[in-house]
Design a protein around this ligand. Structure first.
Ligand code: MN
Length: 474
């Protein structure tokens, strides 16, 4: 679907918006917090967001804590609960707040998390009835986000990655099947493959360029070595809150009740390995070496003001089967999320240059299937989803040049290199390259609804032979 038209949302002169930086200069018009950095118009974390994360303090021997994002801080939720600052919490909710991952808390269901967010809103609101002494207590439990180490928010048992962008399916299909780019099942069901949960990595952690076997060129020799076609995939992830029992289904109209929240996701892909191995089955070693997960879980309650209709179905598509159709889902089943992807090469880093914006996409415009449809489809055969399971949207690609969510598409299979930084070019990723995905929701039509953001999902490619494991990129 990529035409010659330039992506109107892409402007390479823009600079990467560091979350919460420069956010106190202008105040948004939503509910305000006494933590002033939450009130800036460009803050990712206003009072209306309150996303969840898991973090550790470098000084605390890696002990994981549950946190909530507010302004440029993360609030230690376990310590807040323990100090009795959230009122009378049920003992299991308090234990959920003090856990080292989000599974226990979100396994209690959306209503519990909703009540917890309400209590946090009361605590952090500018007009909070907190006494000065209590406010001092809360302040002591705030940590600057730049000073903490973010971990995976959930223990993930299973990870499923979908294919929901028609533009992506068309762009990639065209490279291999020019006459028949989109396979006929695309509009009947959300296609997916089973991803690898063990190699999910938190944002900020390097990953090693994978090795594998692939064919050199069209019909060339089969060889083994580091991938020559390392790529990214810009995606939105969804964590399951309450699961379903084996043998039962989650009807589409009940899907939202099973959602913990959304996050950023980068499904790293080795295109040469993937192309050679995926015949006739789906991706395996070309994907399973690493998938980066954003630090923040944004709840559906926070995303409610940004609901919108999903992308229009193709006029020639068969009608949706009943289990994938819900009138409400068809009208407001998608979310208006703007995604930006940035590349910083090793040479740019050394020169102190800003990252180059390589792609901008719109989640609602560019995804054909909603998460409710993905959940209904995933469970329609009786497959059980469990708390903490991760679903990926698939690569989010728009209809314009510059809105594609992978280098495979942005460079037309490697034949049209991108210019980045000061005259460097890229087809696929080189060692030392760092990709950062950022995303936010904003309502231009209603300035009283504050912008909310997803923070970032960032990782750097490390050379195959000299990689270190689990080192933080800073
Ligand atoms: Mn993917």
């Amino acid at each position: 679907m990529s035409g010659d038209a330039r992506n109107p949302t892409l402007a390479s002169t823009r600079s990467l918006i560091v979350p919460n930086d420069d956010c106190e200069s202008a105040v948004h018009r939503g509910a305000l917090s006494w933590i002033t950095s939450a009130n800036g118009v460009r803050s990712d974390f206003p009072l209306a967001n309150l996303p969840f994360c898991v973090f550790a303090l470098p000084s605390d021997s890696g002990k994981r804590k549950i946190g909530v994002g507010i302004g440029r801080f993360v609030l230690d939720l376990g310590a807040v609960a323990e100090a009795g600052l959230l009122g009378e919490l049920a003992s299991d909710v308090s234990a959920g707040c003090r856990a080292q991952e989000l599974n226990r808390l979100f396994g209690m269901g959306r209503e519990t998390v909703r009540e917890l967010r309400s209590a946090l809103t009361m605590l952090l609101a500018q007009d909070s009835p907190l006494r000065e002494r209590e406010r001092d207590s809360v302040e002591k439990l705030l940590y600057a986000q730049k000073d903490v180490v973010f971990e995976l928010p959930f223990v993930v048992g299973d990870y499923t990655d979908f294919l929901t962008s028609l533009n992506h399916a068309t762009n990639v299909g065209r490279l291999y099947r020019p006459d028949n780019p989109v396979l006929p099942n695309f509009s009947s069901l959300p296609v997916a493959y089973h991803g690898r949960a063990s190699s999910l990595i938190p944002s900020g952690v390097d990953f090693i360029r994978p090795q594998g076997q692939y064919r050199q060129g069209h019909g060339g020799a089969v060889t083994f070595g580091p991938t020559c076609k390392l790529d990214l995939e810009v995606e939105i992830g969804l964590f399951i809150g309450r699961g379903n029992a084996l043998g039962t289904t989650i009807p589409i109209e009940e899907a939202d009740a099973h959602v913990a929240g959304l996050c950023l996701l980068n499904d790293w892909s080795a295109r040469d390995i993937q192309a050679w191995e995926s015949q006739p089955l789906g991706p395996f070693l070309g994907k399973s070496f690493a998938t980066s997960v954003g630090s923040w879980v944004v709840t559906l309650d926070a995303l409610e003001p940004y609901r919108t209709a999903p992308a229009a179905r193709q006029s020639e598509a068969d009608p949706l089967l009943p289990y994938l159709h819900d009138a409400l889902d068809q009208s407001v089943g998608a979310f208006e999320i703007h995604l930006d992807t940035w590349l910083l090469t090793g040479a740019m880093r050394e020169a102190g240059a800003e990252p180059t914006l390589i792609s901008s996409a719109e989640f609602s415009r560019d995804c054909y299937w909603t998460f409710a449809q993905m959940i209904a489809h995933h469970t329609v055969n009786g497959c059980n989803l469990r708390c903490g399971d991760l679903l990926g949207s698939g690569t989010i690609s728009g209809p314009y040049a510059g809105s594609e969510g992978s280098l495979l598409e942005l460079t037309k299979g490697g034949s049209a290199p991108l210019t980045v930084g000061h005259g460097e070019s890229r087809t696929f990723l080189q060692d030392g390259d760092e990709i950062t995905i950022t995303a936010y929701c904003a309502r231009a039509d209603d300035p009283a609804v504050p912008r909310i953001g997803f923070g970032e999902c960032r990782a750097r490619v490390v050379e195959a032979a000299t990689a270190s494991s689990h080192s933080n990129v800073n």
